[in-house]
Write a protein that binds this ligand. Sequence first.
Ligand code: GTP
Ligand code: MG
Length: 184
Amino acid sequence: MPIKVLKIVIAGPYGAGKTTLVKTLSEVLPIETDVPVTKGSLDGKRSTTVAFDYGKMKVREDLVVHLFGVPGQERFSFMWKIIARGMHGYVFIVDSSSEDRVKEAINMYSFFQENFPNTPHIVAANKQDVPSAVSLNTVRNILKVPYTVKIMPLIATNRRSALLVLVALLEEIRSALQVMKYVY
Ligand SMILES: Nc1nc2c(ncn2[C@@H]2O[C@H](COP(=O)(O)OP(=O)(O)OP(=O)(O)O)[C@@H](O)[C@H]2O)c(=O)[nH]1
Ligand SMILES: [Mg+2]
């Protein structure tokens, strides 16, 4: 039985929850490149990714997913294309605990849409456990997410919630591959 291998990227701005999601999903000890946050901290955030996160998951006997989390800070934006190269799809995570946090994702979301216009993706509204969390519709309006792109609620610390997001992306990738098979 041939094993399919997919490269999935976890994108999103500083503090959105990318490292947390990779950790929650990975079945192997994840590789992290976090260093302590020196100046100020965001909601008690103590570290930030400076290269990438890596994790791996066997979704089915014949399907292995490699997960790559990008560094969120703008100063590492040169890494985004390097890490995203050859990906089959990406989850774009935003911190949806307030409108202001969602707004922090606008530039990076544009970057991914412009550079990878034909790559399947979904948007994950993370930190939905926070009482002030905004609705999925608010996230859609602020980021101008096209109506064809799915937005999922997420609590990245919760494995069930994380799996639902991953499965939704895998479904997008599957239908995109089917369309390609039909066209070519
Ligand atoms: N309440 C809540 N906090 C979360 C959730 N997911 C992540 N966090 C917290 O949010 C902070 C940032 O999470 P990270 O996973 O480090 O974020 P990141 O996107 O990797 O950040 P950078 O690598 O710096 O870009 C941490 O303090 C996490 O514990 C969630 O679902 N709910
Ligand atoms: Mg990180």
